[in-house]
Design a protein around this ligand. Sequence first.
Ligand SMILES: [Mn+2]
Length: 274
Amino acid sequence: MSMIRSSVTISLVPEARGGPFVFWDDLENACLTAKELNFDAVEIFAPNPETLKSTFIKKSLADNGLALSAVGTGAGWVKHKLHLSLPNPAERKKAMDFIKGMIDAGAAHQAPAIIGSMQGRHGEEVDKPSAIGYLSDALEELGQYAEQHGVVLIFEPLNRFESNLINTMESGLHILDRLSTKNVKLLADLFHMNIEEVDIADAIRQSGPRIGHVHFVDSNRRPAGNGHIDLKLVSNALDEIQYQGYVSAEAMPWPDSESAAKTTIESFNRYFRN
Ligand SMILES: [Mn+2]
């Protein structure tokens, strides 16, 4: 039996509305539904570290027997317009501090933080090599910081419409190879991979043990099972690399949150529990 575990996303960030999160706003109800559907964990997109540290979240997880699979850090971008490739060193430092707070808060639940939109982009004031340099320095420091807190750091390649820095698993591996820390793992997001990879299953196999988290979602960002990704090839590739982490539903709440969660768990059971 596969040791891959199921997870579903909850956004507590109003500024992210329209984004690919299954549940919104009502953490208590989301956790109840996740438990009813037999999810192992939830992944939380929170506005700040304080929210993650609240006893309310601790209680909702504990009451429903749910683990925290990961925490998003993108609120630093959607709320404060911070990211790791900004031209101003003081602004980059603010982005680092925000992420460190999220690493601390996640680590209290043994959950890693994810660097997705916080990687930023190059542009008029920062050319691509400089942006990649800033990002590498940040991943080095944050990877070591996470290690001190007993968690890995998760880095997520994004598709070309969301970042112009690291779009494929291969370029993600390339940047991680040059770090001295080995504590940064890649996030395999099937939606981004469907846009950027030649072959999703091959990219999973080539990344192997360096994959630390999976965003389980279909080609159109609807719940897994509602698009055209061949999920059997994905589950075979994850089995082949002996992946032991979470597949976490980061998908649009289509047609609504509860149906999206239900579709996801049906696909999870079909492809990862037989
Ligand atoms: Mn993702």
